[in-house]
Design a protein around this ligand. Structure first.
Ligand code: ATR
Length: 264
C-alpha cells in the first residue's frame, strides 16, 4: 500500500488527507494519505523515508516549507524562486521539492475571472504561503505589491527573494485594488484592525483561510461592497497539482469533493 503524508505543526486542521483519500477512492487506487504533526528534528528522518520508498510522497505545510529544502536533492524552478516547498516526490532516486501553491493561487484567481493586470495588491502577512502568492501575482503582471506584516523582519526577508516589493508598517493601510489576508487572523474569529472603508469599493478581498468559510475580514469586505473569495479553491488546486505530480492523473473536482471539505 502506497503511503503519503502531510507534515506540519499544527496539523489537526489539515484537510489534505480528506481530499487525497477521496481521489484515491475515486480512482480505485491502493494508497493512503495521513497527517503527521512534526517538529524540526523529525524532518530529516521523514524525508529519508521517501528516498527509501517507505513513504511515497510528502506534502509540507506551515512552518516547514522552507526548512525542508536542505534535505532535498533538487528543486523545481518555482520552489527554487520562492524558497518554498509543499510537495516532495522521488524522481529517478532524487528527492525533488515542488511548489504547487503557486498553481493553486493562480487557478483560484483564474476561476474568479478576475483580471490582475495592473492591479495594486496589498498583502497582509509574510508567512509560509506569501512567497508563492507574490510569485503568482508577478506572473499576472500586477503593477504593485505591498506587504505589511506584524514582524517587519519577515517582510524584509521577502525583499531578498523579490524585486520591487514595497513594505508597509503593520497597522497602517494604503489604497489598493486587491487586499489579501495571508495572516492567520480569522482562523479563530479574530478581526483585522484596519479601516478598509477609506478607499471606496469594487475591490477584491481575498483570504487564504478557507475554514471558516467566511472570516471577519471577508465579511467586512463584502459588507463594504467588494468582491470576496476564500482560500478553498487555492487549497483544492494545490492538492490537484500535487496529485498530478505523484500519480500522473488529473483528479476530478466536483460538488461531492467540495462538500466533504466543508467542516463538520
Ligand atoms: P509562519 O509565519 O510560521 O510561516 P503562517 O501561518 O504562514 O506561519 O503565518 C502567520 C502569519 O500571520 C504571519 O505573517 C504572522 O505575523 P508574524 O510574522 O508577525 O508572526 C501573522 N499573524 C499571526 N498572528 C497575528 C496577530 N495576532 N497579529 C498580526 N499578525 C499575525
Amino acid at each position: 500500500m502506497k503511503k503519503y503524508f502531510v507534515i506540519g505543526n499544527p496539523i489537526d486542521h489539515s484537510l489534505s488527507p480528506r481530499i487525497h483519500n477521496f481521489w484515491f477512492k475515486k480512482n480505485n487506487m491502493k494508497a493512503e494519505y495521513y497527517k503527521k504533526k512534526a517538529i524540526d528534528t523529525d524532518l530529516k528522518f521523514l524525508i529519508s523515508m521517501v528516498k527509501e520508498k517507505k513513504i511515497n510522497g510528502i506534502n509540507v505545510t506551515v512552518p516547514f516549507k522552507k526548512i525542508v529544502i536542505p534535505y532535498l536533492d533538487k528543486l523545481s524552478l518555482e520552489a527554487e524562486k520562492t524558497q518554498s516547498v509543499n510537495t516532495i516526490t522521488l524522481n529517478d532516486d532524487k528527492l525533488v521539492g515542488h511548489n504547487t501553491d503557486i498553481f493553486g493561487f493562480t487557478k483560484a484567481i483564474e476561476n474568479l475571472r478576475y483580471n490582475m493586470i495592473g492591479k495594486k495588491v496589498l498583502i497582509l502577512g509574510a508567512g509560509g504561503v506569501v512567497p508563492s502568492i507574490i510569485f503568482a501575482l508577478k506572473k499576472m503582471n500586477v503593477s504593485q505589491i505591498i506587504v505589511s506584516n506584524r514582524t517587519k523582519k519577515k517582510a524584509e526577508n521577502l525583499k531578498k527573494l523579490f524585486h520591487n516589493l514595497e513594505l508597509l508598517d503593520w497597522g497602517n493601510i494604503v489604497d489598493f485594488d486587491v487586499v489579501i489576508n495571508a495572516t492567520s487572523l480569522g482562523l479563530n474569529k479574530e478581526t483585522i484592525n484596519l479601516d478598509f472603508s477609506k478607499f471606496g469599493n469594487n475591490k477584491l478581498f481575498y483570504d487564504v483561510i478557507y475554514n471558516p468559510t467566511e472570516t471577519n475580514f471577508l465579511k467586512v469586505g463584502k459588507k463594504l461592497g467588494n468582491k470576496t473569495e476564500n482560500g478553498k479553491n487555492m487549497f483544492v488546486y494545490q492538492a490537484l497539482e500535487a496529485f498530478k505530480i505523484w500519480h500522473g492523473i488529473e483528479p476530478q473536482i466536483n460538488e461531492e469533493l467540495l462538500e466533504i471539505l466543508n467542516d463538520d
